[in-house]
Write a protein that binds this ligand. Structure first.
Ligand code: GAP
Length: 442
């Protein structure tokens, strides 16, 4: 296939209802995006997939849904008030603002603006947290922040979960939710936005076992993306050097994906040591240590964190799925999404509307709705209906024709291979389940 460009993807996303620019009728808000009918299905399916893999398939990981707004002291304890900065420079000529790491090295050496060639200022530290006020008075006592990571909601609930969740170290707490960062460089569609969603899991362990558990989660998380159907050749690890490490991390690896604009972070895996629990213990005055009966020891657990961007995973999955090939002598655009996350699982079409085929197709579609996400379409040539579903990644299509009336069989068509098989109506659910379980991207 030809190389995917971001323009092609952005245009497909808009045309087919995956992602729209926020407040578009007012000229749009930079770096904010809305998920349309198909986008929200894809995002929810990815979230569900992550939740299953990271909580329900484990004995020792539980979920949480903490509030976005938290006590402002949380962000002092976490180090975000002091350390969560990006170095920024301004162009004296065109007045644009840039993160220093987003400026090509040769231009940065000359302090030259990447947009207009003008002279850049020296870097200044800029805190990425959004500030707002709670209550009617806008003064320093009413400041609250929109959380820049979901992780802190987990740390401040550590004691609650230990006391009520019947969990024992080693165990994890998982959460999915919105996070906010006042990002300056927000190009590349939904890659880096000011409002985004994270899927984070904090795994609490004995400090002596940090190497073992770090390796375990590193391997698990790489495998997760393979299960999600992302191609191996587009995934790699990147270890953080000393100047890249976040203020809380002892060791960090990113899982990177090769986007059309280069290799970039998709997920971070961090050894956060006892930094967060220790600091919250100090700042709140509450005891956040853990008594391990088995070891006969009290300690502050270390944390291995897996932190994935949900909205960034949506972009990854779309980039990875996009393909072009040929069908019936014409170019075909196809999203090779894993069937487990595709917005529509099965399209159902009557070959023609007349002679009772539409009614029969509707009945079949209604029967499949309970278990699968379905789409009924009776308009236009059958080839065009297949193409429309290929373009949004629908893995299976069922066609009802005259033979269906005679022997109650239908055609099941597979998106990737375009292969068609004849099966009985009652066998459709099992055929879809089996194909989804055995799905491998070719
Ligand atoms: N709790 C650790 C943490 O937040 P991070 O590396 O800053 O670590 C984790 O962020 C993940 O969140 C990233 O790998 C990325 O997928 C996602 N993410 C971070 N900033 C983002 C942004 N501005 N827009 C979209 N996703 C973002």
């Amino acid at each position: 296939m030809s190389e995917l460009t971001m323009d092609t993807l952005v245009s497909l996303c808009k045309r087919r209802g995956f992602v729209y620019q926020s407040s578009e009728i007012y000229g749009g808000l930079t770096s904010a995006w809305d998920y349309g009918p198909l986008g929200v299905e894809l995002k929810n399916n990815i979230q569900r997939f992550w939740w299953k893999q990271m909580t329900q398939l484990h004995d020792n990981i539980v979920g949480l849904d903490a509030a976005i707004l938290m006590h402002p002291r949380v962000w002092e304890a976490s180090g975000h008030v002091e350390n969560f900065h990006d170095p920024l420079v301004d162009c004296r000529q065109c007045r644009q603002r840039f993160r220093t790491d987003a400026i090509p090295e040769e231009l940065w050496a000359k302090r030259q603006c990447p947009e207009c060639g003008g002279q850049l200022t020296e870097p200044r530290q800029f805190n990425l947290m959004f500030k707002t006020h709670m209550g009617p008075v806008e003064d320093s006592s009413s400041v609250v922040y929109l959380r820049p990571e979901t992780a802190q909601g987990i740390y401040v609930n550590f004691k609650n979960v230990v006391q009520t969740g019947r969990v024992k170290v080693p165990f994890g707490i998982a959460q999915v939710g919105k996070a906010f960062r006042n990002e300056i460089t927000t190009k590349n569609f939904i890659f880096r936005t000011c409002e985004f969603e994270q899927m984070e899991m904090q795994f609490f362990i004995h400090p002596s076992e940090d190497g073992k558990w770090f390796d375990y989660w590193k391997a698990e998380r790489f495998e997760y993306y393979q299960k999600l159907g992302v191609r191996d050749s587009r995934l790699r690890f990147h270890q953080h050097g000393p100047d890249e490490l976040a203020h809380y991390a002892k060791v960090a690896f990113d899982i990177q994906y090769e986007f059309p604009f280069g290799w970039k972070e998709l997920e971070g895996i961090h050894n956060r040591t006892d930094f967060d629990l220790r600091r919250h213990g100090e700042f709140s005055g509450k005891d956040l240590t853990y008594l391990d009966d088995g070891r006969g020891e009290r300690f502050t657990p270390y944390v291995i964190e897996t932190s994935a961007g949900l909205t960034r995973t949506v972009l990854t999955v779309l980039c990875d799925a996009y393909d072009e090939d040929e069908a019936e002598g014409e170019k075909r655009v196809v999203l090779r999404l894993h069937p487990a996350v595709a917005p529509v699982t099965v399209g159902v079409f009557p070959l023609v509307k007349k002679d009772g085929l539409a009614e029969l197709a509707r009945d079949i579609e209604l029967g499949l709705r309970e278990e699968f996400s379905t789409f009924y379409d009776q308009g236009g040539a059958i080839g065009r209906r297949y193409r429309r579903q290929d373009e949004v990644g629908t893995p299976y299509c069922i066609t009802i024709d005259y033979q269906t009336k005679e022997d109650r069989t239908v055609t099941l068509r597979f998106r990737d291979s375009m292969q068609q098989v004849r099966i009985k109506i009652e066998d459709i659910p099992q055929a879809i389940r089996k194909a989804t379980k055995e799905y491998r991207r070719v």
